[in-house]
Design a protein around this ligand. Structure first.
Ligand SMILES: [Zn+2]
Length: 403
């Protein structure tokens, strides 16, 4: 029989520092009284923890507006310009990059277009390094680089930093986490921890932590692009499944008589509501360049757009009902191109959902993302902060500051 591991005072302190820093990172500025309430720790312990975090240059106390009468009072907040991570979202037609400060402040962003189709790994690495150089020029000297998060449109083994398959990049079994760490070390001599994640899983994390779905821990995020990906957060944890393949929601079969799918099945959700399926329904040529034309039609003639996309709305609704029946989330957040077309299909979608789930209490609320950046990019930043948020003082001692 195993004996419980003794918990040392140092471990307790590290745990409490992590709790306080995570609250400040996720909830924004808080008074010491707020922190006492949120953690259940006593006032003197909170004072000591805040002092340690301030000593590590992670937080500061400043005058804020607090109390019921709005009187000025001291608040603790993250030093967002002092500690940052880099986040990358490898998309089908571009790489989106950002430097994001502790507390979620967006410090700098960058878009790098790329050709649709397979993406050689060495090209992706070169683009990430070039983007890093450019982002660094926009950051204050002395800022501490605490991590890297990368959203991948495919199946990822996060623990190993391994991309099992990413069809839209043309990658199979790529040890991209190791590759990118090696490249960073050779390019700039250092590299903080690198975390890879499936783009939809990271989108779900972002919407759950600081987006449209923060009031529930049961959230589905759909990443619409060429295909449809899914990320599921249940009980505050990302659903990974037995082999890491959970969330392949684009391959739910919604129309057995539908188009063949590259997964070998027929009438998958993404063959009916993926970007190219929607462009075909609108009579436009497929490819990312045509999507803006479709959105123009929506602006110039919303009624025609609604009629054109009626069938797409039906398939979106059928898939959403399947999700509600199988997962029962409180919120389903539509990302990517699904967010763009939702205003034109919402009536059809909700009619379909109403037919199957007439009791509103038993159906998920359908939301659009509320973040200023795309959700997978924000999620990549969140996981990149993971080590710092778990071991604040230790990570700051080892971290690399811009010079
Ligand atoms: Zn499929």
């Amino acid at each position: 029989m195993l004996k419980p591991t003794p918990v040392t005072p140092d471990e307790v302190k590290r745990h409490n520092l992590a709790r306080v820093l995570r609250h400040l990172h996720e909830d924004g500025e808080l008074s010491r009284s707020d922190l006492v309430f949120l953690t259940g720790l006593n006032r003197s312990t909170i004072g000591s923890l805040v002092s340690d975090l301030a000593g590590a240059d992670l937080v500061e106390e400043v005058s804020g507006v607090g109390g019921s009468r709005g009187r000025p009072s001291l608040v603790v907040r993250s030093k967002s310009k002092n500690v940052f991570v880099l986040a990358f979202d490898l998309r089908v037609d571009r790489i989106v990059c950002a430097a994001i400060g502790l507390g979620g402040e967006v410090l700098a962003t960058l878009h790098r277009p790329r050709l649709d189709g397979p993406y050689p790994v060495e090209n992706a690495i070169a683009a990430i390094l070039e983007s890093t150089d450019e982002l660094f020029t926009k950051l204050p000297l002395g800022a501490t680089w605490a991590g890297v998060g990368i959203a991948i449109p495919g199946v990822v083994e996060t623990e190993l930093g391994f991309v099992r398959k990413a069809p839209n990049l043309g990658w199979i079994d790529v040890p991209f986490g190791q590759d990118i760490e090696r490249a960073f070390r050779s390019h700039m001599g250092v590299c903080p921890s690198v975390v890879l994640g499936n783009d939809a899983n990271l989108g779900a994390i972002a919407e759950y932590v600081r987006g449209a779905a923060t009031t529930s821990s049961s959230v589905v995020y759909l990443s619409g692009d060429v295909g449809v990906g899914g990320g599921v957060v249940l009980g505050g944890q990302v659903l990974t499944g037995g082999s890491g393949y959970a969330g392949e929601l684009g391959h739910l079969v919604v129309n057995p008589n539908g188009q063949p799918c590259n997964c070998g099945s027929q009438g998958c959700w993404e063959t009916e509501v993926g970007r190219d399926a929607i462009l075909s329904a609108a009579g436009l040529r497929t490819g990312p360049d045509s999507f803006p034309e479709l959105l123009e039609l929506g602006k110039s003639d919303p009624e025609k757009m609604k009629q054109t996309l009626n069938q797409v709305g039906e398939w979106v609704g059928v898939g959403l009902v399947n999700l509600m029946n199988s997962i029962d989330p409180n919120y389903i957040v539509l990302g990517g191109h699904l967010a763009d077309i939702y205003p034109y299909i919402s009536e059809v979608v909700n009619r379909r959902v109403d037919q199957s789930r007439p009791d509103r209490k038993t159906r998920a609320e359908i939301l659009l993302p509320s973040l200023s950046l795309d959700s997978p990019l924000v999620g990549a930043a969140e996981v990149a902060f993971g080590r710092l948020l778990s071991h604040p003082l230790q990570e700051m001692e080892q971290a690399f500051a811009l010079v």
